[in-house]
Design a binder for this molecule. Structure first.
Ligand code: SF4
Length: 318
């Protein structure tokens, strides 16, 4: 419903930057699109290619079929594995069945997989900082033998670990965690296990940390923060947490229709950001919805552009 122009209160909309699609999500979506071009529809996709309903629905309309498990893929159709990564057993099963498959695992997740394998070859036990049940965690655990990796979610978990201090330990992390929470867990791990091996470089990916820093940069100016992302998107959830910890009430919304106008009230400034799997189109939709009720002045935060691009799999571009 559009409100009469004269009655619209002023509202500054401060848009975080960078926000939205990261290079890994962009690549995963392109992989499904290229697979549809190359093989024709239907192309099967194991799990949501990225955690965004809008993206998944668009690809579904183009001919992608999303399934939970490989068993649901017919022998004569190609299958794409999602950006979050899969346990080793999944491509192995696809190979056994002679399926054509394309792996859309983000190269930054694959890097963590390789690190995990290397640590196990060195005879280490891995403490993995991540969220129980997240597909990326399931994928990484599936790279190494059962029992060689232990999940740690919180500082309290570190205290509860029943592992001798003398064990040959290393830690790795999920790519989409809270930078601040992870730093506390790492500190607790190092305090309890002084000889623990740390990864050579940060596992939390550039997109996750840049988006959290962007929220921190605009939050002090905002009275409310709208985070566009799916409720199962780890990096989107973290963005809402970052704002809330700074004292800015924040809501995770999938689309403009989810805005709770009573909660939003009549702030002077509202911040908007989007998780790494949310398309810019949804940001525009939210700004347009705000324009229906407010006299909006829009401002994008200053930022240095992200230049990360990942190569597409050879089998799709050759
Ligand atoms: S959020 Fe990071 S790890 Fe995940 S797909 Fe994007 S770039 Fe890759």
């Amino acid at each position: 419903m559009a409100f009469p122009m004269l009655n619209r209160p002023p509202l500054k909309v401060l848009i975080a930057a960078p926000r939205g699609f990261c290079a890994g999500v962009d690549r995963a979506i392109q992989i499904v699109e290229l697979a549809l071009e190359r093989f024709g529809a239907p192309v099967f996709v194991r799990h949501e290619i990225v955690h965004n309903r809008f993206v998944v629905d668009r690809l579904r309309e183009m001919g992608a079929v999303f399934v939970d498990e490989l068993d649901e893929v017919p022998d004569d159709r190609p299958v794409v594995f999602s950006a979050h990564g899969v346990p080793k057993s999944v491509p192995a099963a696809a190979q056994d069945r002679g399926l054509t498959y394309v792996d859309a695992t983000c190269p930054l997740v694959s890097k963590v997989h390789r690190q995990a394998q290397r640590l196990i070859e060195e005879g280490r036990h891995i403490l993995f900082i991540g969220h129980n049940g997240h597909p990326e965690v399931i994928g990484t655990f599936g790279q190494v033998p059962a029992g060689s990796i232990t999940l740690v979610e919180t500082v309290e978990d570190v205290a509860r670990l029943d592992i001798p201090e003398t064990s040959n330990l290393a830690f790795l992390t999920q790519t989409t965690l809270s930078v601040d929470d992870t730093a506390m867990v790492v500190e607790a791990l190092k305090a309890r296990f002084p000889n623990i091996r740390a990864p050579r470089s940060e596992d939390i990916c550039y997109a996750t940390s840049n988006r959290q820093a962007a929220v921190k940069a605009i939050a002090p100016e905002c009275e409310r923060m709208l985070v566009i992302g799916a409720p199962n998107s780890s990096n989107s959830l973290r963005l809402a947490e970052v704002a809330q910890r700074i004292g800015v009430p924040a809501r995770l919304i999938e689309r403009a229709a989810d805005i709770d106008w009573d909660w939003l009230g009549e702030p002077e400034t509202v911040g908007i950001t989007a998780g790494a799997s949310a398309p810019e189109l949804l940001v525009r939709e939210v700004v347009d919805a705000l324009r229906q009720r407010f006299d909006v002045t829009e401002e994008e935060a200053d930022h240095s552009p992200e230049r990360m691009i990942f190569k597409l799999p050879r089998e799709l571009v050759a």
